[in-house]
Design a binder for this molecule. Structure first.
Ligand SMILES: [Fe+2]
Ligand SMILES: [Fe+2]
Length: 482
């Protein structure tokens, strides 16, 4: 029976009302009783029954809007007598800082119980932490409702971070992405499925981040940690791809799919020995043969996912194609394929840029961002899509974020953000290494002469790119290798 077939009649309205009231009662019960209490179990059973009756209508959102409760997008009519339970539910959602919850039709009484008792003891904290404690199966059946403004953090956490109601700092987006990437790698290495929902939430926050504060996220891509290369590389590629996607005019849905694909493009490396992936030296011919299997292995990882959505299938194609090259001269070779998809061509460009600007212990010369851009430009039309590449070069500017510059007076600084709107493309904003203050190279004196001039691009100790961000909680020191 579809949602339409179930109708909007009195029967449905009564069911919605009963369900919302049961949910409030169950949350309250979980707060007061142990999970093995017989009366508490009966309450959970009753709630599970209500959900089962609605299961045919698909996933069910229960949310609070303008101090009214909505179930499945329809306002639930409650009487004055119901108000205490309605107020309780609104308070719980408020403490979590979420608009509501989504319940999947497959929801079982067991997972419902697991969620209720975990939730009862984690209300004042960050809902992310609560969901982290749930089993993968329970997380697959219940989700926090996202809003157009992005994933919401708890109100308390937002207040502590000094953020607005829907705020997410670029650093928090990056750190969360790092945690999720680590979890995904651990799950895959352990032979488990990836927590697709958690990855989706992070990719969504990256999309929201690049649309609201592109410069800060771009600066974060200069974090290159060779020790966790696979993790920081996946996140950097996801951020760079989404920034490029915005420039190419992708819709928000397309951006979400692109970021997911970028995040997972090297997932096949989790199927290779860690010693090979993290080898701090050049690979032998034999090892290269193994390494070049990662696109196919990645496609296999994604095929094995339990719920292959359209986004996962797109990511699968990117995983398989991201080393094929624009002219299909790369690997793996596929008979009958006439071109790679646009997502793959976008990810190919940013993947190479991030790889080139990451210091490798075995490279004799690590590339500055300016050198990396020049190297990519040489591959236009051959390995890389020329149109995509042109947009990328324009986006990164003449001196990309993370470039170390020496000014004519001898002062040295790192490019922190691209030139301000309307300024020449050669005049970015730099952070001085001494004193930690920022200056815009577009600044002029009263006579209209530029205050600062660039003398040269520096490659400090053969590191190539320098982290362009300073923030607590993230490691930014430059560690020359080799
Ligand atoms: Fe790769
Ligand atoms: Fe890669």
């Amino acid at each position: 029976m579809s949602r339409e077939d179930m109708g909007t009649g009195p029967q449905m309205m009564a069911l919605d009302r009963a369900l919302v009231l049961s949910l409030a009662v169950a949350l309250r019960t979980a707060e007061m009783y142990r999970a093995d209490n017989a009366a508490a179990l009966a309450v959970v059973e009753r709630l599970a029954e209500h959900f089962a009756q609605r299961a045919a209508a698909g996933p069910l959102d229960v949310e609070v809007r303008n101090r009214c409760i909505f179930a499945g997008g329809r306002r639930v009519r409650l009487t004055a007598a119901d108000y205490p339970r309605l107020a309780y539910l609104m308070r719980v959602f408020g403490e979590w800082g979420v608009q509501g919850l989504t319940f999947m039709p497959s929801l079982s009484a067991e997972h419902l119980r697991e969620f209720l008792w975990a939730a009862a003891h984690d209300r004042a904290g960050n809902p992310e932490a609560l969901f982290d404690r749930l089993s993968t199966a329970a997380v697959a059946e219940i989700d926090l409702m996202e809003t157009a403004g992005g994933r919401q953090t708890s109100r308390r956490a937002r207040a502590e971070a000094g953020l607005g109601p829907w705020g997410d700092t670029p650093e928090s987006i990056y750190l969360r992405a790092l945690t999720v990437a680590q979890d995904a790698v651990d799950c895959l290495r352990g032979g488990d499925a990836v927590a697709a929902k958690r990855i989706r939430r992070v990719t969504q926050s990256i999309v929201d981040g690049v649309t609201s504060d592109p410069s800060s996220l771009l600066a974060l891509t200069t974090i290159k940690d060779y020790d966790v290369y696979l993790l920081s590389h996946s996140i950097n590629v996801a951020i760079l791809a989404s920034l490029l996607g915005v420039r190419l005019g992708f819709t928000k849905t397309q951006l979400g799919e692109l970021v997911l694909a970028a995040f997972l493009h090297d997932v096949g490396k989790t199927r290779l020995p860690e010693a090979l992936v993290g080898k701090p030296a050049s690979l032998s011919d034999q090892e290269w043969v193994q390494m070049r299997r990662h696109p196919e292995l990645g496609a296999m990882v994604l095929v094995e996912q339990r719920h292959p959505t359209r986004s996962v299938m797109r990511a699968l194609r990117v995983t398989l194609e991201h080393h094929m090259g624009y002219d299909l001269g790369g690997y793996p070779r596929m008979d009958g394929l006439s071109s790679t998809c646009l997502f793959s061509r976008v990810i190919m460009v940013v993947d190479r840029y991030d790889a080139l600007t990451t210091p490798r212990p075995y490279r004799r010369h690590n590339f500055t961002p300016t050198e990396a851009i020049a190297l990519l430009a040489d591959q236009a039309g051959a390995g890389l899509d020329p149109v995509v590449l042109r947009h990328f070069v324009q986006m990164m500017g003449v001196y990309p974020v993370g470039t170390l510059l020496r000014l004519t007076g001898g002062t040295v600084g790192v490019v922190e953000s691209p030139p301000p709107e309307g300024a020449p493309s050669t005049r970015p904003v730099i952070r001085l290494l001494k004193g930690n203050s920022t200056i815009s190279l577009a600044e002029k004196d009263a006579r209209g002469t530029f205050l600062h001039e660039i003398a040269e691009v520096v490659n400090p100790g053969n590191v190539g790119q320098v982290p362009a961000v300073r923030s607590e909680g993230l490691v930014f020191e430059v560690r020359p290798h080799g």
